[in-house]
Design a protein around this ligand. Structure first.
Ligand SMILES: [Zn+2]
Length: 412
């Protein structure tokens, strides 16, 4: 099925998108030469800057009056990336989102409290369509307003919750601060968390805090939105929906294709998107592809939890640092709070500082900063200044993604 779809989409992209025609012609590749999955590596990559260079809709394969919907990703710099959907694309995406919910055990009768942002961001509407596809009841609370989220979660007996993991970690403590017992006052049984990298330790805090099963979900606006991949009940890697996405890993420096099981940058080919066909799109996300069959019996290949977006990687004094590595260390030390901040500055040399919240007994423990510093050094091989601060003093993520990293270095 993948080969049939691949041949079809390559021809379609070549005929209908001048950008792809030029790419193929420049590379000397004929669409007819893509016959099997083994020929995938002959296709030139598509990268994020191609989308920016062709802003807003230069990669469109259909006339604009056939579009049903447009979304855009929040560009931190410059122009956003605009993504377009035909009616067929929206139907396909809705089905994928339905499956993404179904694999977690969500079903008709569940109340899905959707705490992803509604709007240009694809998270809110993506899960909205998915809940509709499986016949569940949608509670579209969107982001923010924590008190109301908790009140409705309790009073309407929400059973499924979707949000960024950092917001859900925050809700564990916020619910206690509001006088709830998160394990007994709510009826949550399933949580689906994504849109930012998170750790096994965050998963444990969410699961233990609310007594639910937390699933990691993967996606990005460029690839419809959420619902590219999701963990099954085994929670051992995210199944990538193979009838819609071909996934490869490459060496991010050389572009060389890697064997399954090797860590590299994920590259996706969308097999049936009409409005904006995407061939070999470089995600910038680092992970590993596993092709062995999962214990659940599903044959869709899996990816490991995303280690980080190569764009998120900090280079501090020549050393690669992923915020997820720091989170992993902090969450493994008992007696620390859930909130932290990573501050990078430069004074003659790059300096890494980690600020983490801690309860009074840890604040009084004179050995705590040293212990954190040693554990960070063991993982990162660089020395970090560690500061413990009182609970509740680091700004919370009320809207979507947490701002964990503050880079104060001059930008030149
Ligand atoms: Zn599985």
């Amino acid at each position: 099925m993948q080969e049939i779809k691949l041949r079809k989409i390559v021809g379609y992209a070549y005929r209908n998108v001048p950008f792809y025609r030029k790419r193929f012609d420049d590379a000397g590749t004929k669409p007819e030469s893509i016959k099997s999955l083994d020929d995938l590596s002959k296709i030139p990559f598509t990268v994020k800057t191609d989308l920016r260079d062709n802003y807003p809709l230069g990669i469109l394969a259909v006339p604009p009056n056939r579009l049903y919907c447009l979304h855009a990703s929040s560009g931190t710099t410059g122009k956003p990336i605009v993504v377009a959907y035909t009616r067929g694309d929206l139907e396909r995406w809705s089905k994928l989102m339905g499956r993404t919910l179904d694999i977690t055990g969500a079903k008709k009768g569940d109340i899905v409290q959707n705490m992803y942002g509604y709007g240009l961001f694809t998270g809110g509407l993506g899960f909205h369509y998915g809940a509709r596809a499986i016949g569940a009841t949608i509670l579209p609370t969107s982001v923010g307003n924590t008190k109301r989220q908790l009140m409705l979660m309790k009073d309407l007996r929400s059973t499924v919750v979707t949000s960024t993991p950092s917001y859900m970690v925050y809700l564990v403590e916020a619910s206690r601060a509001e006088g709830y017992d998160p394990r007994t006052d709510f009826a949550l049984r399933i949580g689906i968390f994504g849109a930012e990298p998170w750790s096994e330790e965050s998963r444990k805090r969410i699961q233990d805090g609310f007594g639910l099963r937390a699933h990691d979900v993967y996606g990005m606006s460029e690839l419809y939105g959420p619902g590219v991949g999701i963990e099954c009940e085994r929670q051992n890697g995210l199944h990538i929906w193979g009838d819609e996405f071909l996934v490869e890993t490459i060496n991010p420096d050389t572009g060389e294709v890697l064997e399954p099981g090797k860590e590299g940058e994920l590259v996706f080919t969308m097999l049936s998107r009409e409005a904006m066909p995407f061939l070999r799109y470089r995600s910038r996300d680092l992970s590993i592809v596993y092709e062995e069959e999962c214990a659940c019996g599903r044959c869709h290949s899996r990816i490991a939890r995303i280690k980080g977006r190569s764009d998120d990687m900090l280079i501090v004094g020549g050393v690669n640092v992923f915020p997820s590595q720091i989170e992993h260390v902090l969450m493994n030390i008992p007696g620390l709070g859930d909130q932290y901040q990573i501050i990078v500055s430069h004074k003659e040399l790059d300096r890494l500082a980690v600020k983490v919240e801690a309860p009074p007994e840890s604040l009084r423990d004179p050995n705590m900063p040293k212990r954190i510093q040693e554990d960070l050094f063991a993982v990162l091989s660089i020395r970090a200044d560690v500061e413990l601060v009182e609970l509740g003093t680091i700004p919370r993520s009320e809207v979507g993604k947490a701002r964990r990293v503050i880079d104060l270095r001059p930008k030149d």
